[in-house]
Design a protein around this ligand. Sequence first.
Ligand code: ADP
Length: 404
Amino acid sequence: MPAYSGLERRRVYDIRFRRYERLLEVARTLSGTLDLPALLRNIIEAAIELTDTEAASIMLADSRTGQLRFEASTDPSAAVMESIVVPVEGSIAGAIFSTGKPLMIDDVAADPRHYRGVDNRMTFVTRSILGVPLVSKEKSIGVLQALNKKEGEAFTQEDLHFLEALAAQAAVAIVTARLFQQSDLIAEMVHELRTPLAALSASSHLLLRSDLSADQREEMVCTIQSETSRLATMTTDFLDLARLESGRARFVREAFDLPKLVRECVQVVQPQADSRRVTLDVLLPGDWRPVFADRSKIKQVLLNLLTNAVKYNREAGTVHVSGLDAPDHVSITVIDSGRGIPPQALPHIFEKFYRVADSEGWTQGTGLGLAIAKRIVEAHGGAMLIGSTVNVGTAFTFTLPRGK
Ligand code: ADP
């Protein structure tokens, strides 16, 4: 036991008291947070405060592969981190995860288990680690780590004690949030499936009637065809969204030429545009430096924006695609000359299953495309912006940070 002076002892007790207070406060916040990303951010902030460190991170095990992945961290380039898989064998986090025991390492450079794959790809340099397992129902679900004790001090038993108390709360909250998310999404999906299923059931029953004309029969068959394809799109979109929401969507980042991808997507929607005599023009001047992102997911974003720009356009309207290659980010803007989106609908436009009331019956859709697109862009650390004027048109812009 170090010998404290009266004043010092007082200071130590004050700090300890504040930490207990904070732990109680955190416990209340965590149990009431069902939004997973917000929950993970809260855990990170609490871990830093409770252990007096520079940074913290949460790694969760992928239920299919058993690998550990960064789900949240202090670092602003979290998008880069989230693509990093930490090996269970040969890493400090992996050792904590597989043994279910905490580790306190004051000099990671001297520890052979330290996985350098993370620091190599970040500006952050890890000096010391205090890591504890996240355990739910006696099963490790991941690891919570506090990194770099401030002012070069060593971690204490008390830091460990507080981080373990936080991890116990955090693990329960994470499992609850995941379950809630799933049941919420399933309830919405079931609700949305009812409409096409009702249409299919009504049309197939009507087809059995003998008094239908050939035209009526054809109309029924067309309804069955379009509702079946709507169901198919819905299930694929729904799976995409479920993966994105639960953090199970995997991003394979690579360097690619964004203007080239834009032109490729424009070609895909060209026949659709031609059939409505909509002109598509692309203005992406100059040589762009390659973008580092998941190409197929960004393609999905672009196709959604372009398809909408054609779908919700007027006959013989226009779609302009432009972009910006800035030092720290890139952006793509799609502007159409369509019917626009009423101001009261704008705040809801990225919500899943949301469709502007008039869109129903006007054109087919699931209301999932924009929700998926926004989540993909945000998972890359970018942003999705919208501006619209009724009867003039709509502009969507998405940005992507320039990662490594
Ligand atoms: P979907 O097109 O399948 O309905 P989205 O999620 O892509 O689903 O879009 C949600 C809703 O936003 C659409 O139903 C439509 O009402 C509106 N919307 C999307 N893009 C545009 C656009 N470019 N112009 C006008 N309205 C749009």
